[in-house]
Design a protein around this ligand. Structure first.
Ligand SMILES: [Zn+2]
Length: 396
């Protein structure tokens, strides 16, 4: 069902309803984060070498499981690829870092683990060359306590072109207390949308207990959305070791408990309380609750929290969406002017309820109109324009 937005408290987890100031804020605080500069620098060097010949016709998605693997627990690395020119070769690389606190500056840092896995793990060579391949490698040794792992899959197609994808994640005992633990990321937090999942204490015995439910929410949820799948490496996901709580909207009591280590984090943009008990969900301060299977609800809510988009359905409140790209206005004339300025018919403007107007028609069925619950609607015309602008600001 639709989640309810509590507009009176719509201030954002870091008090950043507009994105440009928040990006600046995050950049300023980057040194506070786990992602100490040397590791970023190292990644840049690696990526420059590895990604210099990206093919465009190869599709490639990768995943790993389980999330936040325990000490020395086997990890499965999986890829799914297709290419009309055929798949000639696939390679898996794994880089194992150890997390530590640098005594010189007290910074949380990562460095290559002595004796750890560093680079090529295995390859798959195909003859004849299939047009698609789906493989899993079981990395049986796993990783020690305090590990930070980067894995990369590189595909070579039948014409010798390469495409690769890489991710990082934490493995083994987490050395940094209650700080949000990275489960899937790529870039530095200042350049990504950072989402933290919090286990509802009603349904989960620990934060870790929630992790199996997050695999589908991320890989078969966020990653399949039309505004995310080709920008999925601009989204980073974390989970809180501490649990939280969100009440049922219909209970009449609105309580959302987000651990302070999440709400005070300088890198987390918004949080989602994950519950399996069926509740009517709601959002406040950029944070929200959802069942892990309601992938459309989660992305709809992130559409508010990250992109600043407004509801295109009658939620009982009207909030003009954020400048400079809109999907909702509280004035018909402003909505019509917006469409004219962007080459769309003024007749596309529709009244949601008295004094509230969407600029794209309901026939497009944008995810901000209908969140889809356990299905994944697309972001449509006006919303897509907003997401493109947002990503360009984020990566500038
Ligand atoms: Zn909404």
């Amino acid at each position: 069902m639709f989640a309810i937005e509590i507009l009176s408290n719509f201030t954002g987890i870091n008090n950043k309803p507009a994105k440009i100031p928040s990006v600046a804020l995050k950049k300023a605080k980057i040194m506070d984060s786990l992602f100490f500069k040397p590791i970023q620098f190292l990644w840049l060097l690696l990526l420059a070498a590895i990604l210099s010949s990206c093919g465009s016709s190869t599709s490639l998605t990768t995943r790993y499981a389980p999330f936040h693997p325990a000490n020395n627990t086997a990890v499965n690395f999986t890829f799914n690829t297709s290419d009309n020119d055929g798949i000639a070769r696939a390679e898996l690389f794994v880089y194992e870092y150890e997390l530590y606190v640098n005594p010189d500056n007290n910074m949380r840092s990562a460095r290559q683990r002595p004796g750890g896995q560093w680079g090529f793990v295995r390859d798959w060579n195909y003859d004849p060359e299939p047009t698609s391949a789906n493989e899993t490698h079981n990395f049986s040794a796993g990783f020690a306590a305090g590990s930070f792992v980067r894995f990369l899959v590189r595909i070579t197609d039948g014409k010798g072109r390469n495409k690769s994808e890489d991710w990082y994640f934490a493995a083994g005992d987490w050395p940094y207390g209650n700080s949000p633990i990275p489960i899937l990321g790529k870039g530095a937090p200042a350049k990504t949308i950072d989402v933290a999942f919090v286990a509802d204490r009603t349904d989960y015995s620990s934060g870790r207990d929630m992790l199996p439910d997050l695999e589908g929410l991320i890989f078969d949820g966020y990653h399949i959305n039309n505004a995310i799948r080709n920008r999925r490496q601009l989204w980073s996901f974390y989970y809180s070791p501490q649990r939280g709580f969100i009440s049922d909207y219909d209970s009449g009591v609105l309580t959302m408990d987000i651990p302070s280590s999440v709400s005070n984090s300088s890198i987390i943009d918004h949080a989602a309380v994950i519950h399996t008990t069926v509740k009517r969900d709601w959002a406040s301060g950029g944070n929200f609750g959802t069942e892990p299977t309601n992938i459309g609800t989660a992305v709809h809510e992130s559409g508010h929290s990250s992109f600043g988009l407004a509801d295109e359905y009658n939620s009982g409140n009207c909030r003009t969406s954020s400048d400079p790209y809109h999907n909702v206005y509280s004035s018909r004339s402003a909505a019509e002017t917006y469409n004219t300025d962007h080459g769309w018919p003024t007749s596309d403007v529709e009244e949601i309820f008295s004094g509230c107007f969407r600029v794209e028609p309901s026939s497009l069925n944008c995810i901000m109109l209908n969140d889809g619950d356990a299905t994944m609607p697309d972001f449509e015309r006006s919303c897509i324009l907003r997401t493109i602008w947002y990503y360009s600001e984020l990566t500038n």
